[in-house]
Design a protein around this ligand. Sequence first.
Ligand code: AQP
Length: 347
Amino acid sequence: MKRVFSGVKPTGHLTLGNYLGAMRRWVAVDQHQADALFSVVDLHALTVEHDPARVRRLSRQAATLLLAVGLDPERCTVFVQSHVDEHARLSYLLECVATDGEMRRMIQYKEKAVRERARGGSVRLSLLTYPVLMAADILAYGTEEVPVGEDQAQHVELARDVAVRFNQRYGHTFVVPRATSPGMAARVMNLQEPTSKMGKSDDVGPGIVYLLDEPDVVRKKVMRAVTDSGRDVVYDRAGRPGVANLLEILAACTGGNPEALSGVYESYGALKKDTAEAVVEVLRPVQQRHKELCADPGYVEGVLRDGADRARAMARPTVDAAYRAIGLLPAPSDTRAGAGAVVNAAR
Ligand code: AQP
């Protein structure tokens, strides 16, 4: 069975973009067809100014939502990244393989560094290096596929490059992963700024539909979505980004096709109304299940504990092998099975 890994950052409340671009497919496809791991990647939430209590709260909420959308701990591994030391252990080794130039070319680094400076803050070193941690998240598990939205493609590409380079220099250690993205809604746009991604850490709240928004809030946000000065409903991503975004959201929620749907509507108002109702219906069962899970925090904690145990056991052999391969001596107390054999093989 192929290995799949993906995650969500607790940098804000999870959005419709997270759901349509990634989580929905994890539930419908990946957990059934793969040996899949899904993580709340909390270390990634520390790369920008953060409030520790908020990160803790959002991590718990994200984990609960992963289960609420339908991830089944009997079918896949759900865990919190910081509970498994192997991610940080491997990250340093990969920093010794990745280059400064590669990090500085990352689009998200460039965009977020500008944002941090504009807010009057300094740019944390981890904002530059977190793509390496992300590579470690992926490579530690022998991951073959990384189901992500379009915005993460460059990071998965880096993980591929680092894996190939490491394998060439130090012997075959890592599986080389590839990104997979949903056909539809790979990039849900902000309803108020339809040329920007709907990102959960953005400040523009009215343009972001959160998974836990009440139905009336969803309706209000969708009805106020920025469209454009035209009147006819056409699907043109470049020329009419606001309308195209609504058509894509509607298509993703109803299983339709944005091009075909554009022929159905004669006014923006009708399109918005149907889109709002479609989103409300998609979110309804998620919110219901979230409420139930919140009433049983012990269950969620148990899932995360078991998930971390399973994830650790899966990651450790690969990370240990990487430590040996790159030239580090096994610790004298290291009685983990196979450590000596890997040293000999790599010599
Ligand atoms: N708007 C989106 N459309 C489609 N897919 C999306 N994803 C995120 N936003 C969209 C996908 O959701 C998964 C988890 O995302 P994340 O937690 O890594 O990042 P984010 O939601 O984009 O959060 P931030 O904090 O706002 O991040 P930045 O600022 O880094 O973009 C991923 O598979 C992602 O592709």
